[in-house]
Design a binder for this molecule. Structure first.
Ligand code: PRE
Length: 269
């Protein structure tokens, strides 16, 4: 498959490890040294502390919706921007060293458990143990014969597990990843703004109106709690086909309390 270079040769590409996660699979589309990190926050910290690194973080799943940890870290880390998106098909397997009758617990990433919820219910599988990634789940199932993992078939093979059930996700299952960087891009065709609005009638409407007046299509809007102010929220807004990101930013600043322009990005796959 074709590989892609970002603006300069990056110091490293950080992904959610260990080896064999879907984030790892997504990061192989970039060229550079691939470095696993235990959590999504650690990826943000590593990119933030490096001069020229990239990070690959899951941002949204077609069944389960946004990955809150990624949204909240984008909000928390001011100098980190999105530069590419990568969409991959998530085929999940149930894998173990034993057969299902001996399995007492199932490890996986919370998102993956939710993506296969209906099929797992049909199998009568219930005792889930959430862990940081699907590959960590496979690694743990390798150390514990009374457990299984929900992971990729690649991770199952890598950690010597037998596949008990293939394609257990509940239908079409796609995860979108963002490639993050300390450098902002303005030439992409999609972009992300995070913002807070005044707590009064029309607060959000006045922001959305700016996009309507410029004929800009919104592709996702989501609100997340402001962690330090109970019952107050920030909005995550993704949009496409704008003319000039900095003019738009100036316009939107007129009607928000705070705005974080996360830059534009292009879709790699
Ligand atoms: O655990 C992994 O393999 C990941 O890359 C994380 C993650 C997620 O956070 O959504 C990514 C893709 C799948 O949808 C499930 C889990």
């Amino acid at each position: 498959m074709e590989t892609y270079n970002f603006l300069c040769d990056p110091n490293g590409i950080y992904y959610l490890g260990p080896e064999g996660s879907f984030s790892h699979q997504a990061s192989t589309l970039l060229s550079g040294k691939l470095i696993p990190k235990p959590t999504i926050k650690d990826i943000f910290v590593a990119v933030n502390n490096s001069l020229d690194a990239l990070g690959v973080v899951p941002v949204e799943n077609s069944i389960e919706g946004p990955v809150n940890e990624t949204l909240d870290n984008l909000f928390a880390f001011d100098g980190i921007y999105s530069v590419y998106s990568i969409e991959i098909q998530i085929d999940l397997v149930l894998a173990s060293k034993s057969d299902l009758s001996k399995v007492k617990k199932i490890y996986s990433h919370n998102h993956a458990i939710r993506e296969a919820q209906n099929n797992l219910e049909k199998l009568g599988v219930t005792n889930f143990v959430p862990v940081e990634s699907t590959s960590k789940a496979a690694l743990m199932a390798n150390n514990d014969r009374e457990s299984a993992a929900i992971c990729s078939s690649f991770a199952a093979k890598l950690y010597n597990l037998e596949i008990l059930y293939d394609k257990i996700q509940d239908g079409v299952n796609i995860t979108k990843f963002l490639v993050i960087s300390k450098k902002m891009r303005t030439d992409g065709n999609k972009a992300i703004f995070l913002f807070t609005v005044p707590h009064k009638p029309g607060g959000l409407y006045r922001v959305i109106e700016k996009f309507y007046l410029k004929n800009i299509n919104l592709t996702m809007i989501y609100s997340r709690p402001l962690r330090n102010t109970p019952w107050n929220y920030y909005f995550y807004l993704e949009f496409e086909n704008f003319d000039n990101l900095s003019t738009l930013e100036k316009d939107v600043r007129e009607v928000v309390i705070e705005l974080k322009n996360k830059g534009s990005y292009t879709k790699l796959t």
